[in-house]
Every structure is written in C-alpha cells, then in structure tokens.
Design a protein around this ligand. Structure first.
Ligand SMILES: *[C@@H]1O[C@H](CO)[C@@H](O)[C@H](O)[C@H]1NC(C)=O
Ligand SMILES: *[C@@H]1O[C@H](CO)[C@@H](O)[C@H](O)[C@H]1NC(C)=O
Ligand SMILES: *[C@@H]1O[C@H](CO)[C@@H](O)[C@H](O)[C@H]1NC(C)=O
Ligand SMILES: *[C@@H]1O[C@H](CO)[C@@H](O)[C@H](O)[C@H]1NC(C)=O
Length: 384
C-alpha cells in the first residue's frame, strides 16, 4: 500500500520534473530533487524497519508472556501420580480460626500461589529456610514442573498423558523483564510450597522421555542438580565476560550454560536469594553477553559447584552446528529415535555409570504430537 503510494508520488514528481525542466525553472527542480531524495529515504527506511520487525518476530527466542507451574507427586494410596496444581481454583477450605494445623499448612502449602506479593516480597519469602531439618508432619517430596512457554503448550496432550491429569494452566503476569527474572519468580513461587523438593524448568518444545515414576525416582534419589555449565574459552564464552564485573565475578568464575535447569530445593533457594551477583549481571551483561546463557551457570559455579552434576537433564541435538539446536518435526519421530535420546549416552549418576542421562528432550515442533502420542505411551510405559 505504502510503497504503491510512494511510487505514485515518484511518478507524479517525475512528470512534474519534465514539465519544470521544460519551463526551465531551476529552483523548483532543486526542490523536487530534494523531495525525491526524501521519498527515496523514507522508502528505504520503511523497508529496513519492516525487515527488522519481521526478523524480531521470527527470532527463535522471542517469548510470549505465559508461565505455568505444576507440581506433581506419586500419591501414597495408589501408584499413579496425582497432580496438584497451583491454580487459584483450589477447593475452598472451611475456615477453622484456631487450628494450629491450618496455620502451619497455610505456611507450608499455600493454597494461593498466585498471590499479590511484589517480586521483592516474593523472593524474600521464598528464601526462608527452616533451621530444624526434620519436618513436624509427614512430608511427601514433590517435583515441580515449571513451564516457560511461548504462547500455549502445543504438546500439552502428551504432558497430560505423562502426568495422568489435565493440565490446569495458569498464566502468570510478565513484566518487561528478562527471562531470568521470570525464571527466578517462577522458582520463588514454586518454593512457597515446602513439599516441592525438585524444580524443573521446561519449554513448550520439551517432551518427557520416561514415565512419571522413573523420572520422579531419578530426581528424588539424587542429591545433585542438573544444569549444563562449562568454561567456554571462545569469544562466545569467555569473550562475553565484562571486566567491570571484577572483583565480585572474575573471569575464572565465568561459565556458560543453558537456561533450562533442574535443581534441588537447596540450590533453588540459593538462586532466589542471590542479591549479590544478579544486579551485576543486569548492569554489565549486555548484548553480545546474554544473562540467560551465563547467569545461572556462573552463579552455581560460584555458590555451590559441588551441588551440580554440570550436565543437563534435557537432551538436545546440536549436531547441525549453528547457534540453535535442531528442531524435530514429524518425520524424525520413531522408536529408534526416542531410544537414542533415552539410552544413547552414558554419564555419572550418584557416582555410578548410568545409561539414563536425559529425562526430557527438546526441541519438538507441534507436528510431532501425533506420532509422539502413538509411540510414547507404549514405549515410555506411561503409568496406567
Ligand atoms: C550425595 O549423596 C551421597 C550418597 O547418598 C553422599 O555420599 C554425598 O556426599 C552427597 N552429596 C552431597 C553434595 O550432599
Ligand atoms: C562441576 O564443575 C565445578 C566447576 O565449575 C566443579 O567444581 C565440580 O566438581 C563439577 N562437578 C562434577 C560432578 O563434575
Ligand atoms: C561412554 O560413552 C563414551 C562415548 O561417549 C564411550 O567411549 C565409553 O566407552 C562409554 N562408557 C561406557 C562405560 O559405556
Ligand atoms: C515406567 O517405566 C519403567 C521402565 O522405563 C517400567 O519398568 C515401569 O513399569 C513403568 N511404570 C509404570 C507404572 O508403568
């Protein structure tokens, strides 16, 4: 539209130029040439902006503001996992004003994780650690599945089969902040429930590689956290370190890693209570440095290197090179393919060699949902 109007304008102007030149009006010609240059400039600028906008919208890491938190644990009465979702639609409780049990329960298992606390209030509350280690009640440790997604969850049906329940998804408001801000807030929300022992952050392109029981046992029986973190000597690693971070953060502390993590409660608390390093990252890690790729890895390396296995629990294919891993589409999905992700590598688990190194995999295009729904339930032995 706009460009058509422009070309009309240019045509009209050229007709006028011819006329003016014939009439020999020099001043008018100068004005016209100026107008044409301006029009040309505007067209170029328009094309440039258009291009940039398209690029921005298509960029792989452009996230839409929706976050979901789900906690899950195997119930003691049956072998199937029960989903306890932190949604505002929890059944209303009968008020018993003077019951101490309720006071304790309200503190350890808040019904409303969707509260009105500010970030500062939330992080402070989530950083609380009881000084008596033994719980005064029967505590069943839970695994919190946290989804940080772009829009809806396209593989939601598969996750529902995995968790044996509908996903009641509750979007969380998202300010104009970084992804790490959102992750810390998500983690802090999940920490409010004292039953949550392990915290896993997943994207909308992730799938589970084993059934719930297997994943639950693997995580609960490990006292390590699973984050990829490594010292990358290249410009895209150490090269992104900013000297102004010194001396709080040195180049020797600097690490790179993925923002998709699986952490133990102890490490989760350290992440939400960090007030020392995060402000330095916010101030000094600017493109081409990305907080998402360096903050967690560097923080964990500095505060609790012994709590990290230094490997990710999420399988991903970097074999094609480039700055983004391969996205799998419909034709990739087969039994052999899933088995390669499930058992194709070895690693250390609780000090022993294990052939189960990855519990989740990414990145799966929505078109993989059909074949996954066909293969996964039998292959992964989803809990009945
Ligand atoms: C993890 O558990 C093993 C055995 O259960 C123990 O030897 C080790 O010290 C523990 N590690 C940490 C960091 O607590
Ligand atoms: C993980 O890396 C840190 C250094 O970043 C190291 O201290 C720690 O021992 C490593 N852990 C394992 C399990 O390799
Ligand atoms: C683990 O995998 C490596 C290749 O990644 C292989 O060389 C090694 O033999 C394997 N170890 C075991 C115990 O299978
Ligand atoms: C979960 O998968 C494991 C093997 O991966 C299988 O042995 C187990 O029976 C499955 N659990 C259920 C409840 O189906």
């Amino acid at each position: 539209m706009q460009r058509n109007r422009m070309s009309d304008l240019v045509k009209e102007l050229s007709v006028r130029i011819k006329k003016e030149v014939r009439e020999g009006s020099f001043q008018v010609t100068t004005t016209i040439i100026f107008c044409i240059s301006m029009a040309f400039f505007v067209v170029i600028l328009g094309m440039f902006i258009n291009d940039r906008a398209k690029k921005h919208l298509l960029t792989e890491d452009f996230y839409f503001p929706q976050i979901y938190t789900i906690s899950s644990f195997p119930s003691q009465s049956s072998s199937s996992p029960k989903l306890s979702c932190n949604s505002p639609s929890s059944p209303p409780r009968t008020p018993q004003k003077f019951s101490s049990t309720n006071m304790l329960r309200d503190w350890t298992t808040p019904a409303e994780l969707w509260h009105s606390m500010s970030d500062k209030e939330l992080l402070w509350r989530a950083s609380m650690v009881p000084q008596i280690e033994e719980f005064p009640y029967n505590r069943t440790p839970k695994v919190a599945f946290m989804f940080l997604t772009r829009g809806r969850l396209p593989l939601g049906l598969l996750w529902e089969k995995f968790l044996l329940s509908f996903l009641y998804l509750q979007p969380v408001e998202w300010g104009k902040t970084s992804m790490i801000d959102a992750e810390r807030r998500l983690l802090a929300n999940a920490l409010l429930d004292f039953s949550n022992e392990r915290f896993i952050l997943l994207s909308e392109t992730c799938i589970p590689l084993f059934n719930f029981t297997t994943i639950y046992n693997y995580l609960i029986n490990s006292n390590q956290s699973f984050l990829s973190l490594f010292d990358d000597p290249r410009p895209i690693g150490r090269g992104r370190y900013n000297k102004r971070m010194w001396p709080t953060i040195t180049i020797a502390d600097w690490r790179k890693g993925s923002q998709w993590f699986e952490v133990h409660r102890k490490l989760a608390i350290k992440i939400v209570s960090d007030v020392k390093y995060y402000p330095i990252f916010v101030e000094h890690c600017r493109p081409p440095c990305y907080v998402d790729e360096h903050y967690l890895a560097t923080l964990v390396n500095m505060v609790s290197p012994e709590m990290s296995s230094n490997r990710s629990i999420t399988w991903v294919d970097w074999s094609t090179g480039g700055s983004h891993p391969l996205t799998f589409v419909r034709k990739h999905v087969s039994q052999e393919f899933l088995n390669k992700a499930r058992h194709g590598s070895n690693c250390s688990y609780n000090g022993e060699v294990s052939y189960v190194c990855f519990l989740f995999a990414r990145k799966f295009h929505p078109s993989t949902l059909d074949p996954l729904l066909r293969i996964a339930p039998t292959l992964l032995g989803f809990d009945p």
